[in-house]
Design a protein around this ligand. Structure first.
Ligand code: MD3
Ligand code: FE
Length: 217
């Protein structure tokens, strides 16, 4: 019997896949099929209180990606700008809790003393994309960002923070990557989703979950 009142499990990681980009850490197949099914079920259950919605940019352009969040804080975008907030912008309800398995994954990979306080969930249909951008809305840009991919594979693009050549990496269902240190301010995006490459999502498409420290908690 553990003395801790907050039980935690270790997350069993496969060997890390080497990458050519300092700070870009990749674990291919970190979630096996059963773990993917279990995580998908938790996201699907959370949709009842936190439905996917289509944000718009501060300039008023709709995202092609639909979004929701889990955890105390969520990333949102609208005409007022990009920010973290504790409630769903459409329903006004608090975001659903962060799944325990994601806290376990963070502990196993992040080398960061505090847990993530936000999990942005991106839903891509076959035509959705995400343009090159930096993630810099978090209070402490030294904390890593952790990503989990589910469903159809995608072509992920990543390049230096300022200017320079970009590289592409195929992200598949169950893959986990961490953006740490020199990669934390990398420019990155999703060029395209490879429709039909996975049977995980009943209607096809791709989910990406990113664990973050918003620093607003
Ligand atoms: C590199 N999501 O939500 S995940 C995002 O697949 C985002 O939905 C993409 O970019 C997706 O902001 C890419 C991989 C990722 C996540 C965060 C990063 C790469 C990153 C933060 C810094 C650098
Ligand atoms: Fe990003």
């Amino acid at each position: 019997m553990s003395l801790s009142s907050t039980p935690s499990a270790a997350f069993d990681l496969p060997p890390e896949t080497p990458t050519a980009l300092p700070g870009f850490r990749l674990w291919k197949g970190a979630f096996d099929r059963a773990a993917q099914v279990a995580l998908l079920a938790q996201v699907t259950a959370a949709e009842a209180t936190a439905p996917f919605y289509r944000p718009e940019t501060p300039g008023g352009r709709p995202f092609s990606v639909r979004m929701t969040n889990l955890g105390p804080m969520g990333w949102v975008s609208d005409r007022a700008g990009y920010r973290y907030q504790p409630t769903h912008p459409v329903t006004g309800a608090p975001w659903p809790p962060m799944p325990t398995i994601l806290l376990d994954l963070w502990r196993a990979t992040a080398a960061w003393p505090a847990p993530p306080d936000a999990c942005l969930v991106n839903l891509y249909d076959a035509r959705a994309r995400m343009g090159l951008h930096q993630d810099r809305d978090e209070a402490d840009l030294a904390a890593p960002v952790l990503s989990i991919s589910l469903g159809d594979a995608a072509v992920f693009r990543i390049g230096p923070a300022q200017v320079g050549p970009t590289a592409t990496v195929r992200l598949e269902s169950g893959d986990v990557c961490a953006l740490t240190g020199p990669a934390r301010l990398a420019r990155h995006g999703i060029d395209r989703v490879l429709a039909g490459s996975s049977t995980l999502l009943p209607d096809g498409g791709r989910l990406n979950l990113t664990l973050r420290r918003s620093g607003r908690t």
